[in-house]
Design a protein around this ligand. Sequence first.
Ligand code: DUC
Ligand code: ZN
Ligand code: ZN
Length: 469
Amino acid sequence: MSYDLIIAGGTVATASDTFNCDVGIREGRIAALGHDLGAADRRIDASGKLVLPGGIDSHVHISQPSGEGIVMADDFASGTLSAAFGGNTTVMPFCVQEKGTPLRRTLREYHAKAEGCCYTDVSFHLVISEPSEQVLGQDLPALIEDGYTSFKVFMTYEGLALADYEMLQVMSVARETGALVMVHAENYDAIRFLTQRLEQGGKIAPKFHGTSRPIPVEREATHRAISLAELIDVPVMIVHVSNREAMEEIARARSRGLKVYGETCPQYLVLTEADMDGLNMEGTKYVCSPPPRDHASQAACWEGLQNGVFQTFSSDHCPFRYDDPAGKLNPKGRTSFRWVPNGIPGVETRLPILFSEGVGKGRISLNQFVALSATNHAKMYGLTKKGSIAVGMDADIAIWDPEREVTIGQSLLHHGSDYTPYEGIAVRGWPVTTIVRGQVVVCDGVLEARPGAGRHVARDRSAFARPAG
Ligand code: DUC
Ligand code: ZN
Ligand code: ZN
């Protein structure tokens, strides 16, 4: 039997092994690994290249309502296009519950926005902002059963923050249903207090965003989230961790036998708080939460990637345009950092930064790169057919040129934002070809697929979400 596609002559790497072989793909799945595989409708020469599992970015925001007058810069077409050019084959955006609206209706709206326009596969997490009886008793358990097996809760932000009592309620549903809880850990009241004090003192420039959310704000909430999860005996994933003190909370909990996981992101490896100190409003380009910290925190986050405090490395792609009244330069944002939308684009640059700064500089191995960029995301969130190169898995593959030197710049990128916070960073190693379930989406840097090549993927429950017992 012949193959639809053979990727020939490359070096294949998984989370555990690196080996030379051809990859035979049939009907969207990896059908054979070996040599002299025979005939194929199409053959891609990967000699001198790395053949890796397509990236899974388990933390992105796309087409998310973001407050009055603010518009997110990516829809599902541009967001997943950008993802594909960045070597990703699956992204996991959030469907944010709107208060007073049935959760299923909101989910239908997100699905409608994604329908027929995606270039990568997509799998939604939920965000629970109003844990009503209906949500806790009916909607959430039913949606988890339907394959939306993870949800995020916020400990800050007006309209999103859950009180501790509510955190316990949703964690208890997760325990009963086998869903994985993701937590945005920052102390809401502390941020409100500090923000008001700063504003009273006339400290309204973008850089004070960082001052309003210092490390103790994140450390305390991380500790509290873990303690609440411990009371319920439910695993918990602390997302976008920015510094050593929060990492120590995670590590300490794990050393006591708790199932506590961690995620960090590119902004915590290569940006610092000083980036927000730009001339005029330029600093808004780096405003995200938690904020980038300092060089010591960057070093700590690298340690966490090396020693397993972090299971996943995600972009937290949350794109707004800069020069736009519906983006970073919205009129209210000039009156205080409080009104600058939180979030930065990064889905296309996540993997080149990790590859170059991590593998290229000897901080992590190629196999750790695969684990942090794809395999662990699949295992953590129940994407059982994704995240590795093995017979029977979805043929989700990124072919990398490990020698290509690129200076990251807005003109190269495919997102809907008008800037990149990573402008000017020189990397070595770039994803050149992206294949989603056997379909070539990007070939040698050229788009081949039509919108709609990607589809939604329902997920299994993850073993990582099982209570310790
Ligand atoms: N949290 C996120 O997860 N993304 C962007 C902004 C935020 O606060
Ligand atoms: Zn968050
Ligand atoms: Zn996020």
